[in-house]
Design a protein around this ligand. Structure first.
Ligand code: V47
Ligand code: SF4
Length: 396
């Protein structure tokens, strides 16, 4: 599926005046307002949003589509918070179902990747008292001592707020200690929805939206980079999504420290919000597109393909997304993930490259800070015949 070009869209004499006004703003590189953002969520059709978002995506990146090779370490799946959307954590009371890795356990996992061309370790998990400032400082130091070139992308303001409070140190002091210990960047998790009236109902007592934003701000002021997410499609309304995007855009104006925006579709299996229906693929694509249009000061929009599936991930590349994330594992294919689209969420590099090329884009392997590691546009793989580039069907 592909959307019309922005120029084709603007030639349509029946385009409603308010949609035309927003499209012209995008064409001129102007910012849309919160009111216009809300109007897009409420009224704009998918093809229209695709035209605007793809225009921005191609202005920034052409056909380039990024991916990186990383691995995840989850120190524990037990958590003292009680987020209602979380299918992951084993409550303190059901601790017997969970794992709690020691420092050595985690280093053993890191060592398993010694011979592999990964550039990043993504560390995130539940919140428990034994994982404190001293634990994480030691962990980051030991990883860096073992493999200095491995980028450590670790923990979110949810953990940082908790461990700094426990250690009775300020956010400024805490983030400085983490940087000294070897933290390279922060992933985007824990953002959920910032608006208090929603966050209070779903986020189980963890850090507030303001605290999440403040910790990222302090990190950016130290000259460091991070990502931002939004968990959508549960009990929030469109106005809460716009409020969330507006807060991210405002902080990015101030610091410029965000690299990537990652919308996360709420998945309803095995959690306390299982009664809620999930959003449709059309709604997911509209949401990617509006994120791309609204966050004019973010360089990248990323799709987390294990959560939405490979086909929607491919479609998202025509709706503002320029980066695909998810396990790339050239050694094992055995994974399972409750509730997510992918029961087998690992792709080989070859699979991922072909998935990107099949929709006419250029696969670029990047490092965490978007330095180019390898351009796979014309790399040949042995074996089956590959289809490259889609057939564009007229939409209007
Ligand atoms: O913070 C939890 C979300 C996040 C569910 O920065 C859920 O590069 C959907 O942040 N349905 C963790 N989402 C994942 C994350 C992430 C992933 C990939 C890359 C990066 C990055 C960050 O997952 C949590 C929460 O918002 N989440 N439960 C659920 N049921
Ligand atoms: Fe799950 Fe919330 Fe704990 Fe994160 S903070 S692991 S989302 S319960």
């Amino acid at each position: 599926m592909t959307a019309p070009s922005l120029d084709t869209l603007l030639r349509d004499s029946e385009l409603a005046p308010h949609l035309r006004a927003a499209a012209l703003k995008v064409k001129d590189g102007q910012r849309i307002t919160p009111e216009e953002g809300l109007m897009l969520y409420e009224e704009a059709p998918l093809g229209y949003l695709g035209a605007l978002a793809n225009h921005i995506r191609e202005r920034k990146h052409g056909d380039r589509t990024y991916f990186n090779r990383n691995f995840h370490v989850e120190p524990t799946n037990v958590c003292l918070y009680t987020c209602t959307f979380c299918s992951y954590s084993r409550r303190i009371k059901k601790r017997e179902d969970g794992w709690e890795y020691s420092l050595e356990d985690i280093l053993d996992i890191v060592r398993q990747y010694d011979e592999q061309p990964v550039t990043e370790v993504h560390i995130v998990g539940g919140v428990l008292p034994q994982y404190d400032v001293a634990f994480y400082s030691d962990l980051f130091r030991r990883i860096k001592a073992h493999r200095p070139d491995l980028h450590v992308k670790a923990l979110t303001p949810v953990e940082y707020h908790y461990i700094f409070k426990k250690a009775k140190i300020s956010y400024e002091e805490g983030m400085r200690l983490m940087k000294e210990a070897g933290l390279d960047s922060m992933p985007g998790g824990g953002a959920e929805i910032f608006a208090e009236e929603i966050r209070d109902q779903i986020a189980g007592g963890k850090c507030s939206g303001e605290q999440w934003l403040r910790i990222h701000e302090i990190w950016h002021e130290l000259g460091m980079r991070s990502n931002a997410t939004m968990l959508y499609g549960h009990i929030e309304e469109y106005r809460h999504r716009i409020d969330h995007l507006e807060k991210l855009r405002a902080l990015q104006d101030k610091t410029g420290g965000f690299q990537t925006y990652i919308p996360l579709k709420f998945r309803n299996a095995n959690n306390e919000l299982s009664h809620l229906p999930e959003t449709s693929v059309v709604e997911d694509l509209r949401n990617y597109a509006i994120g791309r249009i609204y966050l004019d000061n973010f360089d990248h929009v990323k799709a987390y393909w294990p959560m939405i599936g490979r086909t929607t991930a491919q479609l998202s590349l025509a709706f503002g997304v320029d980066d695909l994330d998810g396990t790339i594992d050239d050694t094992t294919r055995i994974y399972s993930m409750a509730g997510a689209e992918e029961k087998n969420p690992a792709l080989s590099t070859e699979d991922l490259v072909k998935l990107i090329r099949a929709v006419g884009r250029q696969p670029i392997e990047r490092d965490t800070l978007y330095g180019v590691v390898a351009d796979y546009t014309d790399v040949e793989f042995a074996g089956d015949k590959e289809y490259r580039g889609y057939t564009a069907l007229p939409v209007v």
